[in-house]
Design a protein around this ligand. Structure first.
Ligand code: FPP
Length: 236
């Protein structure tokens, strides 16, 4: 097998972390237990990402449509995000992880906003991995907001506002849809849909998705490069 995982460190991987609720229900646990186990999976994947050639990792933690969930679940998720940031900031600094939160901020609690500000400031110097956590995020709203703030609208200027193109998009939990996640940035993303529920996802699953990615031929709309016939290759 080719050594993909140390050769290149420039990939942008996005993950739709789905399946926390089903994971918990299947074990007779409250949904929050699934989200807590999901936070452990986040740590496993963040730890493994730089060694797998991932430079930017964007995780879909809470969509703008998730506000329609029961109030208790939403409140628990917001508390979980704040605790996660408070707890993990020091480890991010230690490991050179630059943490950013993307999405709307005007509907987040003061506590969460303070935790985000603190984590972003503390980790700003990190260069091993750019970790972006999407909270109150909608790709359609992000595109509109980015476009509205631009004096000159172009593909390049939008990309600067939105972030780098996604190379690989992974969705766990067996569903096969994008759910309003990085729609612009995923224009040419390779898609991997994993049946595994997010709380069970680990470094080996990330490596397997990347292995799948590296076997794909990315043509960006062009035609495949013709392969040299074996006899001709012998003549060179
Ligand atoms: C989707 O699964 C998951 C969410 C809406 C929340 C994602 C949150 C985490 C992974 C927790 C930790 C995150 C961070 C960044 C610390 P679901 O609840 O819709 O699952 P279901 O489809 O099985 O119901």
């Amino acid at each position: 097998m080719r050594d993909y995982f140390t050769s290149q460190s420039s990939l942008h991987v996005g993950i739709i972390m789905d399946g926390n609720g089903r994971w918990a229900t299947a074990r007779g646990l409250p949904r929050l237990a699934g989200h807590e186990a999901g936070a452990e999976a986040v740590n496993r994947v963040v730890e493994a990402a730089p060694g797998c050639g991932v430079a930017v990792l964007t995780l879909f933690a809470f969509s703008s449509d998730n506000w329609s969930r029961p109030k208790k679940e939403v409140a628990a998720l917001m508390r979980l995000f704040a605790c996660y940031l408070e707890r993990e900031t020091a480890r991010c600094v230690e490991n050179g992880i630059r943490l950013e939160v993307i999405g709307r901020r005007d509907r987040l609690s003061r506590k969460l906003l303070a935790a985000i500000g603190k984590a972003e400031r503390a980790t700003a110097g990190g260069s091993a991995l750019r970790l972006r956590i999407a909270v109150d995020y909608s790709a359609r709203d992000a595109i509109l907001a980015a476009a509205r703030g631009l004096p000159q609208l172009s593909r390049e200027s939008l990309e600067v506002r939105l972030g780098p193109p996604v190379d690989l998009l992974i969705r766990t939990g067996g569903e096969q849809r994008l759910s309003d996640f990085m729609l612009w940035e995923c224009a040419y993303a390779e898609l991997v849909f994993a049946r595994r529920m997010w709380p069970d996802f680990d470094a080996a699953d990330l490596a397997s998705a990347l292995q799948d990615f590296h076997c794909r031929e990315r043509r960006f709309g062009a035609v495949p490069v013709p392969s040299v016939r074996r006899e001709e290759a012998w003549l060179d």
